[in-house]
Design a protein around this ligand. Structure first.
Ligand SMILES: [Zn+2]
Ligand SMILES: [Zn+2]
Length: 233
């Protein structure tokens, strides 16, 4: 048994199942995040759903963060660099850069995601890779999904294939009707909230995660790590 090179929890490979799954989920989000970022390029951009910016106002500079993320060295550059490094490591042909940037983001993230199990088990660079993907995901998400007010209902009771439990923070957005685990993304409808808060699940009632290798996200020192305590909203 060694430790996960991202979260330092015990792990059989370079990444634990939670960090491996979280990284895979983040890679899966990349094409959609790239597309969504385009809506935030406009000068004086307001969140699209909040209405138009008046054209009477003087134009403001284009968002530099968004430009950087969508530029050649941004999302596509990070993903293709890691994809190329992976192919080199495995002795595979390094693919060229083909198609639109949207296409390249989808191809590179898809290729990395497909190989997540090998990356987690056997690639010494897995921790550095996963940290960079997490950083990229955080930067993009900070633009398109500013943090919403939410409260934590309790630790996630979803269980993995190996019989262990997730334990991530289950958050209920303000005015939301479905709470969701920030690690494995298991959804909790209102009927389950009482058990979530009390931790008293009827036998066989607690959900099972539905991720590839179960569990997601990582124990990265955030308040998403719960120790069985309920955090104040
Ligand atoms: Zn980990
Ligand atoms: Zn969970």
């Amino acid at each position: 048994m060694t430790i996960c090179t991202l979260c330092a929890y015990p792990s059989a490979g370079y990444l634990c199942v939670r960090c491996s799954s979280a990284t895979g989920n983040r890679l899966g989000d990349m094409p959609g995040l790239y597309d969504t970022l385009a809506a935030f390029l406009a000068p004086a951009c307001r969140r699209p759903e909040t209405g138009r910016t008046s054209r009477v106002e003087a134009p403001l500079p284009v968002s530099e963060d968004v430009l950087t993320l969508r530029g050649p060295g941004g999302m596509v550059g990070v993903l293709e660099d890691w994809r190329d490094a992976l192919h080199s490591e495995l002795g595979w042909t390094v693919p060229g850069q083909r198609g639109t940037i949207e296409r390249r983001v989808a191809d590179a993230s898809g290729s990395l995601r497909t190989n997540m199990l090998w990356i987690a088990d056997a690639w010494p660079q897995a921790g550095e890779f996963a940290a960079e993907i997490r950083q990229l995901h955080q930067e993009a998400t900070a633009v398109v999904e500013p943090p919403e007010r939410s409260r934590v209902l309790g630790p996630c009771a979803a269980w993995f294939d190996d019989g262990t439990f997730c334990g991530g923070a289950v958050r209920l957005p303000q005015d939301g009707r479905v709470a969701r685990c920030s690690w494995c993304r298991t959804a909790y409808p209102p009927v389950t909230w009482c058990a979530l808060v009390t931790g008293k699940w009827a036998n066989g009632e607690s959900p099972r995660t539905n991720n590839l290798r179960q569990g997601t996200s990582d124990r990265s020192g955030t308040d998403d790590v719960l120790d069985g305590n309920i955090y104040a909203p």
